[in-house]
Design a protein around this ligand. Sequence first.
Ligand code: ASP
Length: 329
Amino acid sequence: MKQIVILATGGTIAGAAPDPRQTAGYRAGALPIQSLMAALPDLGGLATVAGEQLYAIDSKDIAEEHWLILARRVGELAADRQVDGIVVTHGTDTLEETAYFLNLVVRTDKPVVLVGAMRPATALSADGPMNLYAALRTAAADGARGQGVLVVMNDQISAAREVTKRHAGNVATFGPGEFGFLGEVGPAGPVFYRSPTRRHTTASAFDIAAIDRLPAVEIVYGHAGMSPLFVDAAIAGGVAGLVYAGTGDGTIHQAVLASLVAARAAGIAVVRASRTGGGRVVAGAALDDAGLDFVAADTLNPQKARVLLQLGLTQGSARARLQHLFDTH
Ligand code: ASP
């Protein structure tokens, strides 16, 4: 029988409210992993399951220390021959960033599956127990090996690099945008239809064993009526990198371009992403990235571009190297 470990970190899947009608204003991360496991059905021959409470937070408050703690524990468990797969329960707000971070730093081909819920555990029709069950089935599936870190929500399996939270309240909030789901968890269990092509886990350029801190990277959101205020503040604040969530294909408002050039001249890495939620920001297409010494984020959304930039900066800030990482991860 497979051995799966659940690492609990909090979130709405462990949320509790006094009234079962309440789907807002509850306390995320209120319930311990034992009570989430108690809501599961008899797993029959699927797997034996152990639970560990790593921390209990609302994922809107996640910080770099949480990622490092989680990645190290996932790495230890993955190295344990007794363990076949790992499930991480997590709040949905930043689940996509944690999933992509793990996808880039955990060196294993064992299944690592993130799962959350949109309704607290105390709600009518709470989605957590079924999501957790689907995540366990996925973590126990042979087809999940080598697929990189996965996100299972609402019976759908997505790749960590692509998945994003698309809706503030609906249980069908997670999806991989224009890339499509990797598979689904149907009545007969998980089925995979495709695999990620970008470097991840065992083929990643990064390894959690070599990372003890992450450089400061901020996101600046481009918009009509832009001013240089936040970029100038980031330079003054001493950040190591900036992701500019640009309009369209990562275009930059003329009011802020000089400040971004000054940021780069001060040694800050500048990555252009798109605020549109789809499509690719291509190096050298909308702007002369080589001349400006900027990096294009490819199809990563700004929050995932931030994760990759933080990791990339642990290996230096040369444009060619960073662009290579964005082209391959
Ligand atoms: N704020 C919650 C969290 O991210 C939302 C959720 O889990 O759905 O922890």
